[in-house]
Design a protein around this ligand. Structure first.
Ligand code: FUB
Length: 452
């Protein structure tokens, strides 16, 4: 029956060309953590770990991205939101993560290996905006071998942490500052979660707690997704069964979470579809999640169609100039200001006083490709002559004409290379009569072959 359903779904996709999976085709992503934040029910956020193109292993993973959408088709990649370089205590393995809204701030919780020891720790970082960047606060005390953390805030505001790897799963209530567990609540859930391997995730539906996780059956790899249900966040959990079997083009791992967006339940997970089957070069997927009358999850068959009827999804990288080093960029002899109103994010970069003063902005992509390049700027005092470089190759000397308010200009289509691209805007000559440029953000919009 399952194979017949899969065949029907493949035929529908071929006939109609629906293909919203994988969701993010601009950058390799894994371990998705989907959320709708309380102050904005119209926006869906997905936080992910990042696979480096060309590496095809998990050891070189270094950072995380945040994505948002309001229509499930057009997505914004807000760029790098945290990197190993921003976490003093860590040395490697920026593996799976989760996000939460708690007492007026946004948090991401992630695992990295502690410098000098190589032990997995569960790190926590905070931002006052959902798109980050996030500032590391340290690692959560009381969590040993803290791989694959998930932070679940219950309806009464109590924070719970789940984590686990290598056929083990643990949970505990967190203290109010989220920086340590309450030792008396610590529990090992392994024996309640048949086949568990790693990646726990908890969601609540109809007053039941659903713990979903990647597991290995005795047939072993690749991972399949299982779930268990409880009346309380810390269990006891009753094992319910499989809900995503292994599938064509899967990565060796699977990992993900659930969200309810505009009244519909969705499951986010990952595959190796974008890389053409490179197991550790993954891409985020999503399909609708349905329950039967008894509250059992109806197994999901990963579909090309995904969450809608569009021919494909489209991602625009929107990179705030003021995020600087925290997002992989650089501010050289310029500073962040908020004086000109109407900026996006937390401000803009200005004070390009001397030749070579510049802002560099990091754009990470999976494959070489074409992107429409836009810059939002203001130049209230007059025209500003600057150089705009992408990876030192694409070069354009550009006059940002006088504009009192922020305005977006379109530089046309540019080529990005696989991996890290640096966009640099710098002051060319010493010309004190020029106005002082303010750079708000850059945008790089995916351009597909049939759109050129
Ligand atoms: O992404 C790195 C690791 O692969 C995660 O921590 C695991 O859950 C698996 O998805």
């Amino acid at each position: 029956m399952r194979h017949k359903l899969a065949l029907v779904s493949i035929l529908i996709n071929i006939v109609f060309g629906f293909a919203q999976n994988p969701i993010f085709t601009s950058v390799f992503t894994a371990d998705p953590s989907p959320h709708v934040w309380p102050d904005d029910p119209n926006t869906l956020w997905v936080y992910t770990s990042h696979d480096e193109p060309g590496s095809n292993n998990h050891y070189g993973m270094t950072g995380y991205h945040a994505f948002s959408t309001t229509d499930l088709v057009n997505w914004t990649d807000h760029g790098r939101i945290l990197h190993l370089e921003n976490v003093k205590w860590a040395e490697s393995h920026a593996w799976a993560m989760d996000a939460a809204y708690y007492r007026g701030n946004y948090y991401i919780i992630y695992c990295m290996k502690e410098a000098g020891i190589g032990l997995f720790r569960t790190g926590i970082a905070r931002s006052d905006v959902p798109q980050g960047p996030f500032t590391d606060l340290g690692y959560v005390k009381g969590v040993e071998f803290g791989q694959d953390p998930a932070l679940f805030i219950d309806d009464d505001g109590t924070p719970y942490l789940y984590w686990g790897h290598d056929k083990k799963c643990f949970a505990a209530e967190l203290n109010d500052d989220l920086m340590s567990i309450k030792p008396e609540t610590y529990i090992e859930l392994t024996s309640q979660l048949t086949y568990v391997f790693e990646g726990p995730w908890v969601h609540k539906k109809d007053n039941k707690y659903y713990l979903t996780y990647p597991g290995l059956t005795p047939r072993r790899w690749p991972e399949k997704m299982f779930y268990a249900v409880a009346d309380k966040p810390l269990g006891p959990y009753e094992f319910k069964g499989l809900f995503i079997d292994d599938f064509e083009g899967q990565s060796g791992t699977n990992h993900g979470g659930t969200v309810t967006y505009k009244g519909k339940d969705m499951m986010f997970y990952h595959s190796a579809w974008l890389s053409g089957g490179l197991s550790e070069t993954r891409s985020v997927m999503a399909d609708y999640l349905k329950y039967d009358k008894k509250g059992n999850i109806i197994p999901i068959v990963p579909s090309k169609k995904g969450l809608g009827n569009a021919k494909r999804t489209k991602t625009t990288l929107k990179l705030e100039a003021e995020n600087g080093f925290a997002a992989g960029g650089e501010l050289y002899n310029v500073f962040v200001d908020t004086y000109i109103k109407g900026y996006s994010g937390k401000g803009y970069v200005t004070n390009f006083d001397n030749p070579y003063d510049h802002v560099s902005i990091l754009a990470q992509v999976a494959k070489p490709g074409k992107y429409r390049f836009k810059v939002r700027y203001a130049s209230p005092e007059g025209d500003s002559n600057h150089d705009v470089l992408i990876n030192s190759h694409e070069y354009s000397e550009f006059v940002f004409s006088q504009s009192k308010d922020f305005t977006e200009i379109d530089f046309g289509i540019v080529n990005l290379k696989e991996g890290d691209n640096l966009v640099r805007i710098f002051k060319k000559d010493w010309n004190p009569s020029e106005g002082n440029l303010a750079i708000d953000y850059i945008k790089l919009e995916q351009v597909f072959e049939d759109e050129e």
